[in-house]
Design a protein around this ligand. Structure first.
Ligand SMILES: C[S@@+](CC[C@H](N)C(=O)[O-])C[C@H]1O[C@@H](n2cnc3c(N)ncnc32)[C@H](O)[C@@H]1O
Length: 383
């Protein structure tokens, strides 16, 4: 595919996303219908789509329309490129821009320039204070890829060497020696032996740091286990016993196999059947995902105020349910991948005011400016 043909494909996919289709689904649909596209083309189209979604609003403003063509025209203008080179109508290039299209567009301002919806700007600023602009700017760029070394399978140096032998170059985080940032070859990861054999897992730096800081004194319950990222990290740290629970059993379907590959075992607890007492309960609750929007930028544009309200109710309910199975002197770790205070500090304060049997031991806010994804972890202790 020529560069202009890749842009045509990105325009088609963006129009589908703007019509309500999730970005991953729209990309897969395009891929299946485009057998002529090689792996380099697919990767390039994916990058164009995700890059456009991270800067959707500012580029649509510059390009004069919230459409695939408008956003890609905005991207040309942002980069100082002559749009006529791309919108040439030749071969599979996008059709020539009309006079009407060329007449539209202006410089973005305020929430447009930060690539945030208007309704969210106040919430964003109140939550992030003097870092609001810098974090919004970070969300407009591509996220790094992080790996967690599984100490049950390899030490960091051995894992790095195994990855390097397959063309994947990594660097160790100065904050955590088992966290590796992929500097080259990330697209080779899915098929790499080191990954398939469980030497490393994909996990962002921020949740890795959060899991590494949790007190491990005995049994662990991951109350909202999902795919098991936190449960696996804690099993990797050598937790005596790890149980995983989720309201949606299907989400944990691959967890036994992932645990086996990682050299450990995780006990699955059926939905709604978490019982007994655990020394550490992790509540990694459903949230806006606002800390991870550079990875899932379409979610930023889908989130509504009503969603935040609904999520708040769920977070409150899960906090209360998971607190019930914390042992005396045990810990409850409340986690989100959100940067919004109402999903983080506000939830913890409200929980403490409802539950006098718990005290707050530690709160850590991980920021894309100092770690990687925006992430929140509060460690509470039962008296
Ligand atoms: C943020 S995700 C968890 C991600 C996971 N911990 C990981 O690291 O891969 C939140 C999970 O909470 C689950 N969930 C939603 N409501 C729940 C509830 N009432 N009780 C337990 N789990 C719930 C969802 O099914 C989802 O898998």
């Amino acid at each position: 595919m020529t560069p202009a043909a890749r842009i045509s494909a990105a325009i088609t996919i963006l129009d589908r996303v703007l019509g309500g289709e999730p970005a991953e689904a729209a990309l897969i649909r395009w891929s299946r219908a485009s057998r002529y596209a090689g792996s380099g083309d697919r990767a390039a189209v994916r990058d164009l789509v995700f890059d456009s979604l991270r800067r959707l609003r500012s580029r649509a403003t510059l390009g004069g329309a919230m459409t695939g063509r408008g956003v890609l025209l905005g991207a040309c203008r942002e980069a100082g490129r002559d749009p006529a080179e791309i919108f040439s109508g030749e071969g599979h290039a996008p059709a020539v821009l009309t006079e009407a299209e060329l007449a539209l567009g202006r410089a973005p301002a305020g929430a447009e320039a930060l690539d945030l919806p208007d309704w969210m700007l106040g919430e964003w600023q109140a939550s992030l204070g003097d870092q609001a602009e810098a974090v919004a700017e970070a969300m407009r760029t591509r996220a790094p890829v992080w790996l967690r070394v599984n100490p049950r399978k390899a030490d960091p140096k051995a894992a790095q060497a195994a990855l390097a032998a397959e063309g994947i170059l990594t660097e160790t985080s100065p904050l955590l020696e088992t966290a590796l940032e992929v500097r080259e070859g990330s697209r080779k990861l899915a098929n790499a032996q080191a990954y398939r054999e469980g030497l490393v897992e994909l996990q962002d730096l921020s949740p890795q740091l959060a899991c590494a800081a949790l007190p491990l004194t005995g049994s662990v319950l991951d109350f909202c286990a999902g795919g098991g990222g936190k449960a696996l990290a804690l099993a990797g740290r050598g937790a005596a016993s790890v149980s995983a629970h989720d309201i949606d059993r299907a989400r944990m379907a691959n967890l036994p196999e992932r645990a086996r590959r990682a050299g450990g075992t995780i006990r699955l607890v059926p939905p709604g059947k978490a019982a007994g007492r655990f020394d550490l309960v992790v509540a990694d609750v459903p949230c806006s995902g606002s800390g991870t929007w550079r990875r899932t930028p379409d979610q930023k544009w889908r989130l509504t105020e009503a969603d935040l309200e609904r999520l708040g109710g769920l977070q409150t309910q899960i906090l209360d349910q998971s607190a019930e199975v914390v042992a005396a002197e045990g810990h409850l770790a409340y986690m989100t991948c959100s940067v919004f205070a109402r999903e983080n500090q506000d939830q913890v304060q409200a929980f403490l005011s409802r539950n006098s049997g718990f005290v707050l031991e530690k709160v850590t806010e991980y920021s894309p400016l100092t770690a990687s994804d925006g992430f929140f972890c509060a460690i509470l202790r039962r008296n």
